[in-house]
Structures are given as structure tokens and as C-alpha cells.
Design a protein around this ligand. Structure first.
Ligand SMILES: NC(=O)c1ccc[n+]([C@@H]2O[C@H](COP(=O)([O-])OP(=O)(O)OC[C@H]3O[C@@H](n4cnc5c(N)ncnc54)[C@H](O)[C@@H]3O)[C@@H](O)[C@H]2O)c1
Ligand SMILES: [Zn+2]
Length: 359
């Protein structure tokens, strides 16, 4: 098992990463000083596979456990679901000493985290992420949120968990498409921040596709280390943390234009990274060979690199709606070679032209 500490003064916490950690969840929660009541927030899909293990582990460690199910799907990361969760928390008698355990992917983690941040002005919570995306990205860093009909993640809070417990074995049941989507975020860390990690991914692409637990532990650990480090330097996203948006500007635009069903988030990010690499080459930040190398790794890890057809105006519109623009230009994260980044102020028109998109 690997233990990483996220150092945020009084909000510091550990991330535990290993195979077969879930059966020890209760003990691990007790180890960080939690006791009494716990509400496990999860969805029917995850509850059916892992709910029993989580529940009995917590009960054995002396917790009074309530399981709260929310429906499966991004559309339920909503105010209506949150309201139902508050009802269930009150019904179960959770008080300030109680805690919330988020068992599931990013949807469960974001909503349960926001519930924990706001219920009784904040009660402790523990993240038990079960998707690759949640394990390498959303469970670390303390961003919690629900969606609003006008946009994703518009209502939320920065609220750090007390503990993140990552059992890589839970990935064995993750649908292939979700797994590959999570890999996009993994690749992101390599391209924008860490060349040796990018090289590791190139070297172990087959093991990663095969979901080799040993290899996954190394991969997830490195991603969490990078994310934790970035968050330590910029907890509330005033600057550096923007690097984590590499590939996301055009990725989000395609996600919006193509619709959330045609492209899941990670698939859109993979496309966004290919285009970001081309833009970076166009601005002299990296070579054509770097673009090729990034594209090849994305392909080898099972993600598409050719965007769906989209109208130029709709893409521009999506980019402008998504990003705060400064004099019409937006902050764009480029890769500097592979393993470093640079920030450019770019006009969206120029961005599209440099991306080589035929739109
Ligand atoms: N807070 C942050 O910093 C942050 C960062 C990135 C993304 N996010 C958010 O994360 C969300 C996306 O998260 P996601 O990609 O994990 O999606 P998700 O939570 O919808 O999970 C994807 C699917 O996998 C299923 N699932 C989860 N674990 C499983 C397992 N072990 N076995 C089988 N099925 C399993 C889920 O039931 C769901 O159907 C978005 O709402 C996004 O906004 C937040
Ligand atoms: Zn992302």
C-alpha cells in the first residue's frame, strides 16, 4: 500500500492506494479519528458490487451505518438529489460528529462532498473513489459540486476530505469505456507536467490496458502525487491549478457540441489534448514529433484522436461560454515539449486555426 499526504495545514489528509483496501475501510476511518454514525452515499450500480463490503467493514469497526443511494448518472448530480440526501441525513440522525463516506465515481464524490461541506455547516467526509477518473482526479483536491441546469459544477465548495481510500481492485469491474476515459486524465499529467511519467505510460501501455493491479497502483500513485502537489501550491485555483485543465478547453467545447452521450468527458479530453498539442506546436512550444508522440500514446491507450464533425461557430460559442475571456482572448494551457506547460492568451479564432481543425 502507498500512503501520500496532502499537506494543507489543518486540512491535511492522507491518500491510501493499494489492492484490497476496501475491507479495511472501517478501521481506516477509525484510524483518522472518526467514530459514531456514518452515511455511505453511493449509487445502485456501485452499491450492488461494493456496498456490502463497505457497510460490513464500517459496522465491524463500530460505526452505525446508513446507506444512501442516489440514482446513477451525471443528470442526478443535481439540487433535487442533494435535497433528498439532506432529508436522508436528517432522517438517519447524523450529527456534527458523524461522517459521510462517498463510495463511487466522480458524480457520487462531488455530490456527497458538497453535502458534507454544507450539512450542519460541514461534517467530515471520506472519499472512496471507484472509477479511474475519480481515483486520479476528482477525489483529490477538495472540489465538490452539483450541476445547475445552466451549466456543470456551478454550485459547489472547496472542502477537503479527511481521508481518500483508493482500492485499485475496484477498477476490475469498471466498464471499458469508463476505464479508457479515465486514462485521458492520466495521460494529461504526463504531457503537461511529468516527462518520466509519460515515458512510463509509453513503456507500460499494454499492462495498463490489461488493468494490471501492480502497474495501476504505480500509475494512480503518481497521478495523485502530481495532483496533490499542484493543489498544495494552489488550493483555491488562483493560478497554477489551471495546468490541470490541459486538453480541457477544446475538450469541453466538443463535449458540449457533440453532446454528453456521444463523447464522455475523458474521450473529449483526449481529443482536446491532441488539438492542444497541435496548437502548442503552432506556437513553437513543442515539435511535430512531440505531437505525434502524444497522439500515438492516446491511440495506444484506446482513445480516439479524430474529433467528430462540429460547426466552427458552435465550437467558438462553446469555448467562449466556458471560459472567462480577457479582451476576447482566453488563457490556454500549452504543452512545452512533453512534461512541461506554458500559458498563452489566445483568441478563440486563432486557437481553432492553429488546431488544424477543418471546421
Ligand atoms: N471534483 C473534481 O475535482 C472533479 C474533477 C474531474 C471530474 N469531476 C466530476 O466527476 C464526474 C465524472 O466522474 P466519473 O467519470 O467517475 O463518472 P461517474 O461517477 O458517473 O461513474 C461512471 C460510471 O461508472 C459506474 N461505476 C463507478 N465505479 C464502478 C465500478 N468500480 N465498477 C463498475 N461500475 C462503476 C458508475 O455507476 C457510473 O455509471 C463529473 O460530474 C465531473 O464533473 C470532478
Ligand atoms: Zn477532466
Amino acid at each position: 500500500m502507498s500512503v501520500l499526504t496532502v499537506n494543507l495545514a489543518e486540512n491535511s489528509y492522507d491518500i491510501l492506494i493499494g489492492s484490497g483496501l476496501l475491507p479495511a475501510l472501517g478501521q481506516r476511518c477509525a484510524d483518522v479519528g472518526l467514530s459514531s454514525r456514518v452515511a455511505v452515499i453511493t449509487n445502485p450500480t456501485v452499491n450492488a458490487i461494493y456496498g456490502g463490503i463497505a457497510r460490513s467493514s464500517l459496522a465491524e469497526a463500530g460505526f452505525a451505518v446508513t446507506v444512501i443511494e442516489i440514482p446513477d448518472g451525471e443528470e442526478y448530480k443535481s439540487a433535487a438529489t442533494l435535497s433528498a440526501v439532506y432529508d436522508a441525513l436528517i432522517e438517519a440522525g447524523l450529527d456534527r460528529r458523524s461522517c459521510i463516506v462517498a463510495l463511487g465515481g466522480g458524480v457520487v464524490g462531488d455530490l456527497a462532498g458538497f453535502a458534507a461541506a454544507t450539512y450542519l455547516r460541514g461534517i467530515p467526509f471520506v472519499q472512496v473513489p471507484t472509477t479511474l477518473l475519480a481515483q486520479v482526479d476528482s477525489s483529490v483536491g477538495g472540489k465538490t459540486a452539483i450541476d445547475h441546469p445552466r451549466g456543470k459544477n456551478l454550485i459547489g465548495a472547496f472542502y477537503q476530505p479527511r481521508l481518500v481510500l483508493i482500492d485499485v481492485e475496484t477498477l476490475s469491474t469498471l466498464p471499458d469505456r469508463e476505464y479508457r476515459a479515465g486514462l485521458a486524465e492520466v495521460i494529461k499529467y504526463g504531457v503537461a507536467i511529468d516527462l518520466p511519467f509519460f515515458e512510463f505510460l509509453e513503456l507500460h501501455a499494454e499492462d495498463i490496458i490489461a488493468r494490471d493491479p501492480g502497474c495501476l497502483e504505480v500509475v494512480i500513485r503518481r497521478c495523485c502525487e502530481i495532483k496533490a502537489h499542484v493543489v498544495e501550491l494552489d488550493e483555491k485555483e488562483s493560478g497554477l491549478r489551471a495546468v490541470l485543465n490541459f486538453g480541457h478547453t477544446l475538450g469541453h467545447a466538443f463535449e458540449t457540441v457533440a453532446g454528453y452521450r456521444e463523447l464522455v468527458h475523458g474521450e473529449a479530453v483526449a481529443l482536446g489534448m491532441v488539438l492542444a498539442a497541435r496548437i502548442s506546436a503552432g506556437l513553437g512550444h513543442c515539435s511535430a514529433a512531440d505531437v505525434e508522440r502524444v497522439t500515438t500514446l492516446i491511440t495506444r491507450l484506446g482513445l480516439r484522436t479524430v474529433p467528430p464533425e462540429a460547426e466552427r461557430v458552435r465550437l467558438l460559442d462553446a469555448v467562449m461560454t466556458d471560459k472567462k475571456s480577457r479582451n476576447g482572448s482566453i488563457s490556454f494551457i500549452c504543452n512545452q515539449g512533453i512534461g512541461n506547460f506554458a500559458v498563452e492568451q489566445l483568441l478563440p479564432e486563432k486557437m481553432l486555426t492553429l488546431s488544424g481543425l477543418e471546421v
